[in-house]
Design a protein around this ligand. Structure first.
Ligand SMILES: Cc1cc2nc3c(=O)[nH]c(=O)nc-3n(C[C@H](O)[C@H](O)[C@H](O)COP(=O)(O)O)c2cc1C
Length: 202
């Protein structure tokens, strides 16, 4: 069994989503002894934004640009790691109502027609079957359904939608929100998230 762990927070050791994603991984390791881990810190080692040079390379044009070539190798490794994974754990803070750009850059490499999804006469079909995902979500404010800010929530909704588009529909969100509402709110939200982690079953 393989687990792919991604982090995308720029806050290093102060990051809530990194803390929660590592606790989810520890819980899954306890539930699945011997599970193989691969890890990507997308914040400290991001892929480049897609460019015309990338698209040309995808069409078979050989580039003499070292940075593009190294980045193409990184993108291929992203895809291999995703394909091999049975479980994904993704640390995803909300940045400006959405996901960090480093995580979007990862998505831009793994959302590939013919590989992770395809279009059929019935519409799009996700090709990633039999994978589970856990999202360690953190955000400064509160975006729960029914709250005034709910319509601004484009972080979890985007990521769960994207994963479903690729065929990954078994997605559990472990959420700590209201991180900017003071220490008491933060402590309560973290305690709630940890209860959700403890409740993860094999
Ligand atoms: C660049 C940046 C943008 C942010 N944008 C939002 C936002 O749009 N909405 C929000 O509720 N919190 C926002 N926050 C607060 C973070 O979501 C919050 O601090 C969260 O805990 C970050 O996760 P982390 O601790 O794993 O880095 C932002 C923080 C940063 C650094």
């Amino acid at each position: 069994m393989q687990l792919l762990h991604l982090d995308s927070s720029i806050l290093g050791t102060a990051s809530v989503s990194r803390q929660l994603s590592s606790e989810i991984v520890a819980r899954l390791q306890a539930l699945h002894p011997g599970i193989q881990l691969s890890y990507r810190d997308l914040a400290t080692d991001p892929a480049l934004h897609l460019s015309g040079a990338h698209l040309a390379a995808f069409q078979g044009v050989v580039s003499d640009n070292e940075s593009i070539n190294a980045d193409l190798i990184k993108g291929n490794a992203y895809m291999d790691e995703l394909m091999a994974a049975d479980i994904l754990v993704i640390g995803v803070p909300m940045y400006n109502l959405s996901i960090p750009t480093s995580l979007k850059a990862w998505i831009d490499r793994i959302a590939l027609a013919g590989k992770t999804f395809r279009y059929t006469e019935h519409g799009p079909e996700g090709l990633l079957k039999n994978k589970q995902a856990y999202l360690a979500s953190s955000r400064g404010s509160v975006y729960a359904a029914g709250s005034p800010a709910a319509m601004l929530e484009h972080q979890e909704s985007y990521l769960t939608g994207l994963l479903a588009f690729l065929g990954i529909t078994d997605v559990k969100v472990i959420r700590a929100e209201g991180m900017a509402f003071g220490p008491e709110a933060k402590t309560a939200a973290l305690a709630h998230a940890r209860e959700d982690i403890a409740a993860i079953m094999a």
